[in-house]
Design a protein. Sequence first.
Length: 82
Amino acid sequence: MSVSVEWRDIKYQEVFDQEIRGLRRRREADTSCTVTDLEGVLQHLYIMDGADWYGRGDVQDIIMAATIAAYEHFIAQWKAGH
C-alpha cells in the first residue's frame, strides 16, 4: 500500500476505534441510553453526511465515514445481544 493512501486507512481505524470506545463508555455509564437514542444520532449523522454541499475534504470525509460505521456496528452488536 502506498503511503499516500495508507494514512487514510490509519485515520479511519483510529476514528472508528475511538467512537466504539466512546459508545461503550456511554452505554456503561448512562443507564438511560437506549438503542433508539443511538439510532437517532445515526440518523443525524446520515443527514450531516448528505449535507456536504461545499465539500469537507478527505480528512473530514474519512472521519464521517468511520463515525457512521462505528455507530452502525455498535447498534448492530447491541441488537444482537453483544
